[in-house]
Design a binder for this molecule. Structure first.
Ligand SMILES: [Zn+2]
Length: 298
């Protein structure tokens, strides 16, 4: 048991170094790649042509945490989660306001920021993405901005589908299961990468981006105790988080949940991109990345 704890602390330290990044950087990229395969036909050539760029940069917002880049609402870290259970409101958290200013007013700025700002950050980036899509017919850098903002939007959408980004005990601290964050999102997924049972990417209509993020975070809630339970059962009588542990962790239900949220996440990303494009009036997207700027004459 002692050794198990030591390994657990090691995992926790790694998770903290990475800013406790949702899904781990590799899994972010895998989900984004899958989302690209499922975008609507009109968008497919653009996303396919720029796939490598979008996939690579879908991990960027986690780097902004370590580089301490700051956005409109403050430092980057709280932009990646909403610890819905941290407001002392009963699930499904109808008492938690959905306007950021109202949250700050009700709970104070400290608790509001401590519990996270993911839905509001997602809305901020979504609006920028809509603007970029809207500007595409004008040329310039708009299509480049669509590429980058699509990558960033993918990141936040993927974070919202990771159940441990919706709870205060994001790394199992409350139940002495430290390291669960990366055991679930990274180690379990990467160990089963080639055999994951994923459902096809489905484009769902998104009427309101903030509501979509709140709904996704509410869906995360009941999954957390199930993952913790699988982790506890798999750890029983073991000294290490080894192959046998991960086989048991998968068998006790954690893998099925990871597969579901991975699938939901890819569908979510493709749906969010499609929603932004529709909101911008479905502009025709350039497929050739190389531009030929007109010569400016006086
Ligand atoms: Zn993140």
């Amino acid at each position: 048991m002692k050794k198990l704890l030591v390994v657990a602390v090691g995992f926790a330290a790694l998770a903290l170094q990475a800013g406790v990044s949702a899904w781990g950087m590799d899994v972010h990229r895998l989900i984004t790649r899958r989302a690209i395969e499922g975008v609507p036909a009109d968008l497919k050539p653009f996303y396919a042509a720029n796939g490598d760029f979008i996939v690579e940069h879908s991990a960027d917002p986690d780097l902004w945490i370590s580089a301490d880049l700051r956005g409109e609402l403050g430092n980057e870290s709280p932009n990646h989660f909403l610890d819905y259970d941290g407001f002392n409101e009963p699930a499904p958290f109808a008492g938690v306001p959905r306007e950021w200013k109202a949250v700050v007013q009700k709970y104070g700025a400290d608790l509001a920021n401590k519990n996270g700002r993911l839905p509001w950050r997602a809305e901020e980036i979504f609006n920028k993405l809509v603007t970029a899509f809207t500007d595409v017919p004008k040329g310039g850098y708009a299509a480049d901005n669509v590429k980058y903002l699509s990558a960033v939007m993918a990141h936040y959408t993927e974070d919202a589908h990771q159940p441990f980004h919706a709870v205060t005990s994001y790394d199992g601290q409350a139940t002495n299961q430290r390291g669960i964050h990366s055991r679930f999102e990274t180690e379990l997924v990467l160990r089963n990468k080639s055999t994951l049972k994923l459902t096809p990417v489905v484009i769902k209509p998104i009427a309101d981006i903030r509501t979509f993020f709140f709904d996704t975070l509410i869906d995360d809630q009941p999954l957390v105790p199930k993952i913790l339970d699988a982790d506890k059962k798999a750890a029983e009588g073991r000294e290490f988080y080894d192959d046998a542990f991960f086989a048991d962790f998968a068998k006790h239900g954690a893998l099925a949940i990871a597969e579901k949220r991975y699938s939901d996440s890819a569908s979510g990303v493709a749906s969010v991109w499609a929603a932004a494009w529709e909101k911008a009036g479905k502009p025709k997207m350039p497929v050739d990345a190389a531009r030929t700027p007109a010569r400016i004459r006086k």
